[in-house]
Every structure is written in structure tokens, then in C-alpha cells.
Design a protein around this ligand. Sequence first.
Ligand SMILES: [Zn+2]
Length: 315
Amino acid sequence: MRFDTLLGNDRLKQNLAQSLTKNHISHFYLISGPRGSGKKTLAKLMAQAILCQGHSKPCGRCDACRKLLSGNHPDYITVEDPEHKNVAVKIVRQFREDVFIRPNESDYKIYLFPQDLGVEGQNALLKILEEPPKYGVFFLLTDNPEKILPTVRSRCTELKMQALPEETLQSFLAARFPDASPEAVAAAAVRSGGFLGQALELLESGGAVPPQTEDLIRALTEKDPLLLTQTLTPMEKWKRDALSEILQSWLALTEEALSLRSGVQALSPLSRTLGQSRTAAELYDISRSLKKALEYTGANVSPAAVCGWLTWALR
Ligand SMILES: [Zn+2]
């Protein structure tokens, strides 16, 4: 069993290889982990291992492997709804009918749900969960297993993606981006929280920083309340996910600036500037306000109210 294309996650890969070799295949897998943690890569590898006709599965050479890798295997089906945040119930119902049509050319029919289903969609799935067809294997992917109903979750084998060890991630990135400076590679590894997809995004965008982040750091460094208001007011119209993402990156920058105080080398120039302009107590207050704003965003407070509150809190 070879899962080399998925970086890190050694224990998970070992356990899966063992159970797949013994042909212990669950009907339902719940794969959880942050954005860029390899959930899709793992699901695809497992599907390949299950459908592969070679000896050392997944062999990568047999007909089934080749079809799967080129996205043309008729028994590997992705259920998604790119136009909506959650998959529409209508689409889940269509899928439910498709499940009872036997596989085309293998012993299994594998479904991937890369997107959240929402409560209604999960309820529509319950019938399948209670009595899945013998040949059915289902991969549910989520960044937060708490969003999954207990009745659904209890029927799934849970697989949790792990952050990569710093050395593993850094050496992979250095090989992939030979022209990037060691500082940029190290910064991307730290800022990604150990998740390859996010580190790749950072390096591919040249480590580009959103203009709002630069403005915020300048407002905080120069103690400029007008710039602070000008930065946060347009963000009142942002979507919750985008707001939460940028708040997280601001919190990471502030924490990096704080670690500068304890003698740790701050990696990004922005956190260095911030760290040099404010006292540790002030930085601590900023990070506390950002954490609160993140909590509010996660607790369904509107982005407008969060930005308004944060403008007041950071003054
Ligand atoms: Zn194969």
C-alpha cells in the first residue's frame, strides 16, 4: 500500500494501509482538517487503493488507477454544488437515487462530498447511512466535524488530518520553490500552520499580503484612528468566511510580533514593524481584541457589527 503522494500523516497512512490490505473498508469516512490539509488528496488515494486492480495498491499503472487519476473513473463520483456554500438538498436527493444503481465496472461505487452538506442535506443522507448498499463507499470532507450531525457522525469512521512537522514541510517547499529565499519558505511554513495547501498558496502568490493587512499594521504602528476606520469600514460588507480568514492572519501577525518580545525571531517584516512600535501589553490587548472579533464572527454576529466593534476596540 503506497500513500507517498500524501505528505506527513504517517500514523494515519499506516493504519489505513493496514485496514485496506485486510480489505476492511468502511462505508462512511469523515475526513476532517483545515483548508489545505490534504483531505481531498487522502480521499482520492483511498479511492484509488480501493478501486485499483494491481498488486501493490494503489499501483498507479492499472486501468482503474489511470482512469481515476485522469478524473474519468465511472465509479468515483463527486457530489458538489459550486454555486452554493452548502450542497443544495435537491442535489443530495439526486445522488440518493444514483446510489442504488450498481457500479459500472468495479466492486465498489465511491462518492466524494468535498463540500459541507448543511443540516437539511445531512438529513437527506440519513436513509443511505442507515442502509448503505454493499458496494457503496462515501467520503465526507469537512473543516469542522462539529458541523456534522451526531446521527451522521456516529456512523462514520473519522480520519483527522495532522499538521506537518516543520522540517518535512520546509524541505518539501524548498525543493518545490528553488528560487524562494529560505526566509520566505520558513515564513510560509509558519504562517500555514503546518498545512501544505496553505503554504503553497502563500508561496505561489509570492507571499502577497492583502492591502487591508498592510493598512491595518500601518494604522496600529502609527496609532492612526482615521486609517483604522478607513480600513475596517469597507470590510463591514465582507462575507463571514473572508472576514474570519483575514482576522486569523492578523492574529497570527500580532502573535508573531509578541514572540519577538520574548527574543524569538519574527519572520514577516509586518510583524517586525508592529512588534517594534508597540509595548508587549499593547500587543497583548490587540491580540485579545482580535480573538474576541474572531469569536463573534464564529458566533453569527454580523460582519458589520464585528468590524464596528473592532474599530472601537483597537483605537
Ligand atoms: Zn492500480
